[in-house]
Design a protein around this ligand. Structure first.
Ligand code: SF4
Ligand code: SF4
Length: 456
């Protein structure tokens, strides 16, 4: 068994509802709404306009900068609008709306690589970039940027198959049903980084998937090692996985690459396989639809841009007393006010909750039990971070308590008996710190411009 990381919690994994449910293709909707920002970094610029005909896999969004990723049509049909539409992140985002012609006419841009074994690292990175691959576990960081920035630094490549959030089973089903994609994707990464082995970290509650992968590794004689890890949340967080698999600790404020590790989500690895062996960019997503409000929980594969409401409909609909929708897992996901938002590249789960599951406390009071400190995997002090933020003192939150290191895993909120909204407060606090930083940069630039004007 691999190393353990500090802290963490053991929530009921609630995976039984979908663990045995094979991935079902969802019939493509009549209309897809494709946001021009589904990744960390600059949004894309639309390459199409209302009235244009588009083909499946055609590039419709041009990256807005180096840290960005192109976006492709997930169905063939006619562009009916390029306009702001509701976003799962709140507010609206510029989106391309396509009326599906149900012909699935493939773009000429779809070209599998003739000889994948001959690819150089640079060629693979370019394919990853052109396929619009981003971290599929929800991080949505452009994968070609991750590869480029870790090249020459990382000698330990890890596939993240922990899937530690409760309810979610999409990666588990992918390993059981598509092991060849996983292992061949990992082999491409091994060659790209020039390493002898790629490690795949998987929690012990998915031993059946570990067995299937090991059989595939043997069949392909692949340089991949499956590491079975403790089942403990947040095992799939990058720094925790890095420590658990490699034994290396990522310093505060640094990235896994600074410890010589580079980590790829399991479905990102499959996306790399599809880009190389099938020539296919990211146009679909596997989504676990679950929670007490869902009539028949399932694992569905749908085109990017499918309205979330269609996923719930395919699961028999929602219970009448559904009171909450969450995109993502229950620990780190984002509450949604509507089911009209589309599935994006980072959407791995949609949850609906009904009945009396809500545990809201209108005026929570800390009882100083210290449990939040004991579970924080980053060894932070959530109770004091919260107190500083409650006073609006984000400077001490940032400087004395290292609040910017918080990975927003939700473990402290989960364990808190007083039900303080700790993680929510930290998310807001980090946003405040970032806003202040941006404001200071803008002010400095304005002053510099003013000085230059005076001198001229
Ligand atoms: S949300 Fe932040 S403070 Fe709370 S346990 Fe996770 S890393 Fe620690
Ligand atoms: S777990 Fe909650 S109640 Fe206990 S010390 Fe932390 S914030 Fe206070």
């Amino acid at each position: 068994m691999a190393q353990a990381f500090f802290g963490g919690v053991h929530p009921n994994d609630r995976k039984a509802a979908t663990r045995a449910k094979a991935i079902e293709p969802l019939p493509a909707p009549a209309e897809v709404v494709i946001p021009m920002s589904m990744h960390i970094g600059a949004p894309c610029k639309p390459l199409v306009a209302k009235g244009d005909q588009v083909k499946l896999g055609q590039r419709i969004g041009e990256p807005g900068g180096f840290v960005s990723a192109p976006i492709h049509a997930s169905v063939s049909g006619t562009v009916t609008a390029v306009e702001p539409r509701p976003s799962s992140m709140g507010g609206t985002v510029l989106s391309v709306v396509i009326a599906n012609d149900f012909q699935n006419t493939l773009s000429d841009e779809i070209r599998p690589v003739a000889d994948p074994d001959s690819l150089t690292a640079e060629e693979l990175t370019e394919i990853v970039k052109n396929a619009g691959i981003v971290g599929q576990g929800g991080a949505t960081f452009p994968t070609h940027v991750k590869i480029s920035s870790a090249m020459g630094k990382a000698d330990y490549i890890i596939i993240n198959a922990a899937e530690c959030e409760p309810y979610i089973t999409g990666d588990h089903r992918t390993m059981l049903e598509r092991p060849e994609q996983v292992i061949k994707g990992a082999m491409l990464l091994a060659k790209c980084f020039g390493v002898d082995k790629v490690y795949l970290g998987i929690e012990a509650n998915k031993q059946d998937a570990a067995d299937v992968l090991n059989a595939q590794i043997a069949a392909l004689n692949a340089p991949v090692v499956v590491e079975v890890l403790h089942t403990r949340y947040p095992q799939g967080a990058e720094k925790q996985l890095c420590q658990a698999v490699s034994g290396r600790q990522v310093p505060s404020g640094k990235l896994p690459a600074d410890a010589g590790c580079c980590i790829f989500n399991l479905n990102t690895t499959c996306a790399i396989y599809r880009a190389v062996y099938e020539g296919m960019p990211v146009v679909s997503k596997i989504v676990t639809v679950s929670g007490s409000g869902v009539i028949e929980p399932k694992n569905l594969e749908c085109p990017i841009g499918t309205p979330v409401a269609n996923l719930f409909d395919a699961c028999g609909g929602l219970r009448e007393d559904t009171y909450k929708l969450i995109m993502g897992g229950p620990m780190m996901g984002l509450a949604q006010y509507t089911a009209d938002v589309p599935v994006g590249k980072g959407t791995g789960c949609m949850l609906a909750f009904a009945g009396d599951e809500e545990r809201y406390e209108p005026e929570p009071q800390c009882i100083r039990c210290g449990k939040c400190v004991g579970v924080c995997p980053i060894r932070l002090e959530p109770v004091f971070m919260y107190k500083y933020l409650a006073k609006g003192d984000w400077e001490n939150f940032r400087d004395r308590l290292h609040g910017m290191d918080c990975i927003e895993c939700g473990a402290c909120t989960y364990i808190c008996p007083a039900r303080l909204p700790l993680t929510h407060a930290f998310r807001m606090g980090k946003q405040q710190v970032n806003n202040a930083r941006m404001a200071a940069i803008a002010l400095a630039e304005a002053e510099k411009a003013q000085e230059a004007k005076k001198e001229a």
